[in-house]
Design a protein. Sequence first.
Length: 187
Amino acid sequence: MLEKLLLLDTKLFLFLNGLGSETYDGFWLFITKQTNWTPLFLVFLYLIYKKIGMRQTLFVMVFVALIITLTDQITNVFKYGFERLRPCSNPEINTIMRVVKSSATFSFFSGHAANSMAVCIFLYQILKPFYKHTYLLFLWPLVFAYSRIYLGLHYPLDILCGYLFGLLSGFIVYKLYRLAQGKYFPI
C-alpha cells in the first residue's frame, strides 16, 4: 500500500515538474526564496497593526516567531526520521526530471509548506474579522509550496503533509495566542 502511494506520488511529481520550462525557471527560483516575500509580510504586518495597534502587533510577531520555530524544528525531526531523498537527489528519477535547484537535505515533509501554511492559518484567524477577502492569504502557501515541486525539491506528498502539519500547528498556536491574549490583554 505504501509503495503504491509513493509510486503515485513520484508519477504525480514527474508530471507536475515536467510542466516547467526554462523560460519560467527564474520566476520560480524567485518565488521559492523566503526573503523575496518580505513585502507581503510587511503588508500583513501593516494590516494587523492598523486594526489591533502596536502592542498587539508585537504580541502577534512573537507568536509568528514561535510558529516558525516550532514548524522548523518538528519538520527537521520528520526529515531526519524518515530520510526520504529529495527528487533532485533520488538517483531513480533525477536523470528524467527537471532539476532546477538542488539540495542534499531530506524531503519529507516540506518545511516551506508547513511554515507558510502555519503562518497563513494564524494570520487568517487574526485578520478574518477585519477584512472580507482574507481567504486570499491562502494563495501564498499554494504558490510558495508549488515552487518546491517545480524546482525538483519536493514530492506532492511532502507538500500535502507539510500543509496538514502547518494547518494543525498554526491553529494550535492561534489557540495559545488567544489564551495568552486574554491573560495579557484582557478584553
